[in-house]
Design a protein around this ligand. Sequence first.
Ligand code: G
Ligand code: G
Ligand code: MN
Ligand code: NA
Length: 249
Amino acid sequence: KFIQRELPRAVSAHELELHYQPIIAAHGGRIIGVEALLRWTHPQRGPIGPAVFIPIAEQMGLMDVIGAFVLRRALQEAKRWPDLYVAVNLSPLQVRDGSIVDTVRAALAESGVPPSRLMLEITEGVLIDNPEEMVRRIEDLHALGVRVALDDFGSGYSNLSYLQRFPLDKLKIDRSFVTALGTSANGGVIIQAIVALGRALGLSILVEGVETEQQRVLLRLAGCDEMQGFLFARPAPAATIDRLLAQQK
Ligand code: G
Ligand code: G
Ligand code: MN
Ligand code: NA
């Protein structure tokens, strides 16, 4: 109720902003990208997480407006990091709505950021209902020059055939698989198999939720291309990314 009342106002009052979490190359350890993550700081109640307010925004029909804001803002801020790619999460509703292609095209044109630097993250659930239409949607996005990642892979009812059926560029393996790494002799078997499968299908492999040095070492050995997680950096405002990049020069 509180969120329903406050969210429309928050959108116009610019209380929504983006934080960015670095994405690291498995080899060399440099920052090669960032994931944009939406944040709402309410003037009285403080931070409210996207897992809480995005479902409500979808119910209220606000996701179009918020989604377009996220794309525009992420691309505007990404101008200052010309060597990085920027990953933007799309909600299922946004992907199902064909107008996403125009929204992405407009945000790219406005920013002048090369399309190859934009990675769109979609989740498995959106692919189930109407696979033919979703294949076309991804192809339409590819035609703009952007890349598409399958996010949270393995967190739901993962269907391995999706990896072949949909023209994806990157697989983001859910952090639930990482937790098991190093805890037992066969704790890493599943994630190793998924990394190998994804690579065999020509996908770039990112593992999320890397929190320990041991996990990093094991994942690198498993053949993962990119990593993201608290071991490297937490999501933070754009100014923090500026500082991290200056440090690695
Ligand atoms: O950053 P945090 O762990 O609080 O994110 C919680 C969830 O919200 C994650 O699943 C993430 O993908 C999602 N999320 C964060 N930012 C956005 C956004 O801009 N758009 C959409 N659709 N989801 C987002
Ligand atoms: O669903 P999605 O992958 O878009 O969600 C990304 C969210 O995961 C981020 O908002 C971030 O807060 C969270 N996250 C990122 N790295 C880690 C990590 O190393 N450990 C945990 N527990 N959460 C993480
Ligand atoms: Mn994501
Ligand atoms: Na994820």
